[in-house]
Design a protein around this ligand. Structure first.
Ligand code: ATP
Ligand code: ZN
Length: 293
């Protein structure tokens, strides 16, 4: 199977933790789809694109093999599936689906770092990532694959430690486990096939990637406007988070003050506004940015 049917394909998780946010990103990039009867495929109506809905574990292979042109998947799944064959390329991190692969044990252990698991058994759903990590740490341990319910292994005396995904830590706590060292930090990423699409779809593929990058860039960004004394401009620029070079405009009838407009790449908190006011800024407005390119 390839994209020879004149349509691009984007692989997304059918249901689960990444499913809604993946569709949000695709919608914000301007794609509209019809759900129809086909559970596997959503047809985009305003571009020649199909959304292929599969288990997240299958996404890296589909993209690496050129069955899909793009995919949205957790770095943990991508990294676990890496092998000597052709791999999907990471286009960009997407800022959602953050989680951490951590070692965890029962509390009774005198933890001295991963070497405390030397010669022990560790249960995980991520044997490849764990083995690479242990090799890097010089630890020899017996890695056993468990597809689910990894967190029960220590209590059942199946393993001394586990290596599992953690976001809030509630599951570990509920199972009486203590989180130890971090093995891998993950978030959702956009991946791209090493196989280029048909020539007439290449521009569309570039445009979709650029739009997604714009959606991600604008998601935390704000447009900030204020009036300010000329003398305070250096202070104001230092206070504004990730503002680059702001636009400065004259104010009618005022030589001592200007209007300042800036795109702030990071969150603008109340504390930031209070600091701006303290150095003399007034009429401060913070506006959301819908699109950015
Ligand atoms: P599928 O049916 O598609 O195989 P799954 O059960 O493997 O789904 P989910 O639990 O939906 O996967 O998680 C999908 C991804 O979400 C994970 O691979 C990971 O990148 C991310 N994620 C974020 N937080 C967590 C968490 N607390 N636990 C597990 N995964 C998380
Ligand atoms: Zn999965």
């Amino acid at each position: 199977m390839s994209t020879a049917q004149g349509r691009l394909r984007i692989a997304i998780q059918k249901s689960g933790r990444l499913a809604d946010r993946s569709l949000d990103l695709i919608r914000d990039a301007g794609l509209k789809w019809v759900k129809g009867h086909n559970e596997l495929l959503y047809r985009v109506e305003n571009y020649p694109i199909d959304l292929i809905r599969v288990r997240d574990d299958d996404i890296p292979t589909f993209v690496a093999d050129g069955v899909c042109d793009l995919g949205i998947v957790g770095e943990n799944v991508l990294e676990e599936g890496r092998n000597g064959g052709p791999n999907a390329e990471v286009v960009m991190p997407l800022g959602f689906g953050r989680c951490t692969l951590k070692l965890a044990t029962l509390p009774g252990i005198d933890w001295q770092g991963p070497q405390s698991l030397q010669g022990q058994r560790i249960a995980t759903s991520y044997p490849n990532i764990l083995k690479r990590y242990l090799a890097g740490e010089g630890v020899k341990a017996d890695v056993v694959l468990m597809r689910g319910a990894v967190e029960v292994a220590p209590r059942m005396k199946l393993a001394t430690g586990i290596c599992d995904l953690v976001s809030t830590g509630a599951t570990l706590e509920a199972n009486g486990l203590v989180a130890r060292d971090t093995v891998f930090e993950s978030q959702a990423v956009l991946i791209k096939s090493p196989t280029p699409p048909e020539a007439e779809l290449a521009d569309l593929l570039d445009s979709i990637m650029e739009r997604m990058s714009g959606v991600i860039a604008s998601s935390g960004a704000k447009y900030v406007m204020m009036n300010a004394p000329r003398s305070a401009l250096d202070d104001i620029i230092a206070i504004l988070p990730g503002a680059g070079s702001p636009t400065i405009m004259p104010l009618a009838g005022r030589d001592d003050a200007v209007a300042l407009h800036a795109v702030c790449q990071e969150a603008v908190f109340w504390e930031t506004l209070e600091k701006l006011k303290a150095v003399g800024a007034s009429a401060i407005l913070v506006l959301p940015i819908e699109k950015m390119m």
